[in-house]
Design a protein around this ligand. Structure first.
Ligand SMILES: NC(=O)c1ccc[n+]([C@@H]2O[C@H](COP(=O)([O-])OP(=O)(O)OC[C@H]3O[C@@H](n4cnc5c(N)ncnc54)[C@H](OP(=O)(O)O)[C@@H]3O)[C@@H](O)[C@H]2O)c1
Length: 288
């Protein structure tokens, strides 16, 4: 497994497993199977509602001797309603408690809304207290990331953003490199949108190496120096997605993939009014 060194010296696996949208009853098993398949980076979030089940999968893998806690890199995220400083501090403690962990490896501000500066002070304090090893942001556009870095004392280690063949974020990556904030890709497969898994260009690139579309996409992200999170509930796909360290894409392959960029999210724009409205409603829902 490739590793990446963050701006505070913490090392993390470059490829990870995400649990977004995994049905609650399947989460613990999926996390356990992912660890069994070799994943060491596990990504959840308070809003996914499955921190407890994620913790159970981790616990089982540790108890069965598949892995030690120190070998894992566990991430969770703070949702919008929890952003005021005090609530953020409580939420970190809550995440640790429901996941049954003494510390998290990474904690992120999930969305770029609300009082993110107060939340950041709580994350920085948690990091100082040893509750989290690395802290970061998510879904911050480059301009907002630059503003955030400029106005805070502790630099984020990570910005977790959408990156996939349809939305490649090359310019954003350059800005993040300039500020030494590591880009982590969510939805590397765009959840299959625009028929990603059937794309003839990606399939043809893979055929040269006996690799699948999914493997080509993840390999492309590895070669760009991006951390990637892939999700699957199927053990055979978990194994497929991690089997990407025995081949390399050529410059020509990378250029063919670069040509697929639509320069637009496969999901939504975080600044679109209807999207912000959706998030605000979601926030109110979670308060009930
Ligand atoms: N920070 C954020 O706002 C944010 C937003 C979205 C996601 N994330 C994180 O990023 C992780 C990954 O993103 P995602 O789950 O949205 O989407 P994704 O990983 O791009 O796509 C997952 C989908 O692809 C399918 N799939 C996986 N491997 C495959 C393969 N080899 N061949 C064919 N189909 C395959 C999965 O189906 P099966 O499960 O049936 O195999 C699932 O439907 C999440 O789980 C979460 O941890 C973060």
């Amino acid at each position: 497994m490739n590793t990446i060194t963050l701006n505070n010296g913490v090392q993390m696996p470059q490829l990870g497993f995400g649990v977004y949208q995994i049905p609650l009853a399947e989460t613990a098993e999926a996390v356990y199977q992912a660890i069994k398949a070799g994943y060491r980076l596990i990504d959840t979030a308070a809003i996914y509602g499955n921190e407890k089940e994620t913790g159970e999968g981790i616990d089982r893998a540790i108890k069965e001797g598949l892995v030690t806690r120190e070998e894992l890199f566990v991430t969770s995220k703070l949702f919008i309603l929890q952003t005021p400083e005090e609530t953020a501090a409580e939420t970190i403690v809550h995440s640790l408690s429901v996941m049954n962990l003494a510390y998290l490896d990474l904690y992120l501000i999930h969305q770029p809304y609300g009082e993110v500066y107060g939340a950041w002070r709580a994350l920085a304090a948690a990091q100082k207290a040893g509750k989290v090893r690395a802290i970061g942001i998510s879904n911050f556009k480059s301009a907002k990331m630059i503003e955030f870095v400029g106005l805070t004392d502790v630099k984020p280690q990570i910005n977790q953003i959408e990156v996939n063949p349809w939305y490649q974020r090359e310019e954003d990556q350059i800005w993040h490199e300039k500020y030494d904030v590591q880009v982590e890709a969510w939805a590397p497969f765009a959840e299959g949108r625009h028929d990603l898994f059937q794309n003839p260009e990606l399939a043809a690139i893979g055929q040269q190496y006996g690799k699948t579309v999914g493997q080509v996409v993840l390999r492309w992200l590895m070669q760009r120096g991006i951390v990637a999170l892939a999700k699957s509930v199927r053990p055979e796909r978990m194994a497929e997605n991690i089997d990407i360290f025995d081949f390399s894409l050529t410059e020509a392959d990378m250029k063919r993939i670069a040509a697929l960029d639509k320069q637009e999210s496969a999901f939504f724009d975080h600044d679109a009014p209807q999207q912000v409205e959706w998030f605000m409603n979601r926030m109110l829902d979670t308060e009930k």
